[in-house]
Design a protein around this ligand. Structure first.
Ligand SMILES: [Zn+2]
Length: 324
């Protein structure tokens, strides 16, 4: 745990260095483009130091001088802001830009509690999903292309695959916009139809909004369950990873049914699914199992929780093999 903790603190320090370097770079570019701003900044820093000097030396006699310096400073400030506006440069261009505005990339909020981004980093480490945000860069709602889906009516279907995916897309977007009061989703259908892609889109949007997300296959979850129960009981990091299965804002279990279910995993999965329903914490499950076979693959209790508490969303049509 401590090791993970130190690594995360280190990553915040690196991020802050990067932010400073990026600002320095933006400044150089700006000075090159509008040299007058470089002069203004220089003049402004000279005036500021003059102000502090005169305050130190002769605090009682400086009123007149001080107000004159402040007027100069204001004039320079407004000249600078006019220059920026004229060149269509945002007013905050030379401020530090943060990945997490809430904690300014420090990991901690003003009241010294851990920021949600810190918790997500712990979760990502525990589940080896570090860098998930970069991985998800391409699979998000902005890159979603409905045109890859067939627009032909298939036998026995009322709508085309593309029309169905429009529906799936709007359900998924609604899930994100009403989060954390979105309930649960069950994506089912054979592989290669976009279920994983859609899970990625949702995970990415919610991570961007600062929610915590565990996004895993059943194998890695079982791995944590086994460590917690058998091999690594007293490891606080494993303990935390286990607790987060119940506490995390969104749990996504992708490709359920690909694991070999046994009585241990079935009762653990039931416990997770049921506890999250009781706590009104959202879960998304995707599976290749047919709805009619959930009860026989798992058991009646899991079957009834999924069918009673999850919005069931079906994927169908030709395999477009884009999930690889
Ligand atoms: Zn933060």
């Amino acid at each position: 745990m401590n090791h993970a903790y130190l690594e995360i603190m280190e990553s915040y320090r690196n991020q802050q260095e990067q932010n400073k370097a990026a600002r320095k770079q933006r400044k150089l570019v700006l000075y090159e483009k509008i040299p007058r701003i470089a002069q203004i900044d220089l003049k402004m820093s000279q005036i500021s130091s003059e102000i502090s000097k005169s305050l130190l030396k002769t605090p009682h006699k400086t009123d007149l001088l001080l107000s004159q310096l402040k007027r100069e400073l204001d004039a320079l400030k407004s000249e600078k802001s006019v220059l920026l506006t004229d060149h269509n440069i945002p007013a905050n261009y030379l401020d530090l830009h943060y990945k997490c505005a809430k904690c300014k990339d420090s990991g901690f909020l003003e009241d010294n509690t851990r920021c949600s981004c810190f918790n997500q980093k712990l979760i990502s480490k525990a589940y080896e999903m570090s860098g998930i945000e970069q991985q998800l860069e391409k699979q998000n709602f902005d890159h979603f292309n409905l045109n890859v889906f067939s627009s032909q009516i298939l036998p026995k279907e009322k709508v085309t695959q593309r029309e169905n995916m429009m529906q799936v897309l709007s359900e998924s977007e609604a899930f994100v916009s009403s989060f954390p009061r979105s309930g649960n989703l069950l994506f089912y259908g054979s592989s290669g139809l976009g279920k994983t892609y859609m899970c990625n889109c949702i995970a990415k949007s919610l991570l961007d909004k600062g929610h915590s997300v565990i996004y895993q296959t059943p194998f890695s979850i079982i791995n944590i369950l086994e460590k917690k129960t058998f091999s690594d009981k007293n490891n606080p990091f494993v303990q935390m990873a286990y607790e987060q299965l119940f506490e995390v804002d969104l749990l996504i279990i992708d490709d359920m049914g690909t694991e070999s279910a046994n009585s241990f995993t079935i009762s653990e999965f039931y416990n997770i699914i049921n506890s999250r329903i009781l706590k009104e914490k959202s879960t998304i499950i995707s599976t290749n199992i047919k709805l009619s076979e959930i009860a026989s693959f798992y058991n009646d209790r899991i079957d009834s929780r999924l069918k009673g508490h999850y919005k069931i969303i079906r994927f169908f049509g030709p395999d477009i093999r884009w999930e690889r």
